[in-house]
Ligand binder design. Sequence first.
Ligand SMILES: Cc1cc2nc3c(=O)[nH]c(=O)nc-3n(C[C@H](O)[C@H](O)[C@H](O)COP(=O)(O)OP(=O)(O)OC[C@H]3O[C@@H](n4cnc5c(N)ncnc54)[C@H](O)[C@@H]3O)c2cc1C
Ligand code: HEM
Length: 401
Amino acid sequence: MLSTESAATVRATIPAVAGALDDITARFYDTMLGERPELLDGLFNRGNQASGEQRKALAGSIAAFATMLLENPDERPDALLSRIAHKHVSLGITEDQYVIVHKYLFGAIAHVLDDAATPEVVAAWDEVYWLMAGALIAMEAGLYQRSGGRDVWRPWTVTERREQTADAVTLTLEPGDGGPAPDFRPGQYVSVRAQMPDGVHQARQYSVSGWDGSRRLITVKRLRAGEWNPAGEVSTLLHGTATPGDTLMVSTPAGDVTLSDGDHPLVLVSAGIGCTPMAAMLRHLDEHGSDRRVIVLHADRTPADHAHREELNELIERLPGATAHVWYEQDHTEAGEPTDVTVRPGTVDLGPIEIPEGAEAYLCGPLPFMRGVRTGLLDGGLPARRVHYEVFGPDLWLGQN
Ligand SMILES: Cc1cc2nc3c(=O)[nH]c(=O)nc-3n(C[C@H](O)[C@H](O)[C@H](O)COP(=O)(O)OP(=O)(O)OC[C@H]3O[C@@H](n4cnc5c(N)ncnc54)[C@H](O)[C@@H]3O)c2cc1C
Ligand code: HEM
């Protein structure tokens, strides 16, 4: 909880600080990564730096945290913090690094706000920072303890490679150090750290899409270059070069968008490569002989682009309570789908889908897609707290819902 004096100062300065957050976070990253380039080697994602997405996520989270402190001073915004803490833990972030981030963040605040950064203003925002950092550090300590420690990286061996589509490949990984594979919950992801051709290491997250005993499967879709953007560096490298026998550094699993227990109905909605956490959730239900009512909604460009398509059909056929609705923008064909799978042309339309009462929904796909589906589900009567979503990049929705 903020002290009374700081709360008044934060309240008075939140519009000015929120308005300058973009400049503050831009300068923060420029100075921090300029002076501490080692943080770009295996920790910060330089694709997100280039696209500016990480900056927006950081700024959005701080503004949202400050607003929540003012509006609900006695509550800790766990949903906001949890997403960040899980991402941090998947990268092995340590408590002492909060001091580094503090130094450069407050250097940037002083620079951008200039004369407006009075000692009183700086002290009030310092309190916000350490409240947020303290909450994150505590949450991360709990996660590290439950997952077996702060040393999150282990070598895993690629033992199989299976092409899913022209752009997506499933890699089977086994612990390369002979140790046991850590437990994970369906929906969780691992970070994979790889060395780029220029020698710099980069880490990216990949949802666990399947498993077989101690083996873990991830499915990587390469991001092709577009008119305005270069090809994604880690996905292109993994897609192009990962072969059986290779070693990859893989983190312990993290992620808070996981399948809840119970027997209430589930709605799993994905687009494109967003099908990977859903594949794990369906697999888990199948392994547990579940007869839960499950409605899968999936959108893809064409059937040939649809990763895990065969697996989806098999699982829907086996799960007694499951049905699926699939939309293809092009080449809409039905190629022997089971009767419980309906294929339609175009993009997802919730119109013909009856969402059962008491359902819990899980969404994964591009933000505009999830925004549309979420609105549809809320309009259809699902309470917001029962709609969970995973973003395959920095979460620009943090604190907005
Ligand atoms: C929780 C989570 C789970 C995920 N699960 C999966 C999964 O199961 N399967 C999967 O395939 N992916 C998954 N992802 C996405 C994955 O982590 C990577 O983001 C993805 O593979 C792209 O990484 P990359 O290194 O190839 O692209 P990057 O090099 O990181 O590029 C990302 C984007 O930024 C753009 N960019 C890069 N540099 C510039 C520049 N200079 N100017 C403008 N734009 C630029 C790129 O063109 C690209 O569109 C997940 C992400 C998260 C957060
Ligand atoms: C109060 C302090 C901090 C806040 C508010 C904060 C906030 C965030 C947010 C919002 C994200 C994006 C989460 C997502 O959407 O997935 C993130 C990711 C990240 N954070 Fe922090 N963070 C803090 C401290 C730190 C520290 C101390 C480090 C270590 C140097 C760190 C390193 C990272 C990295 C490497 C990522 C992933 C970046 C990427 O994928 O582009 N953060 N953080």
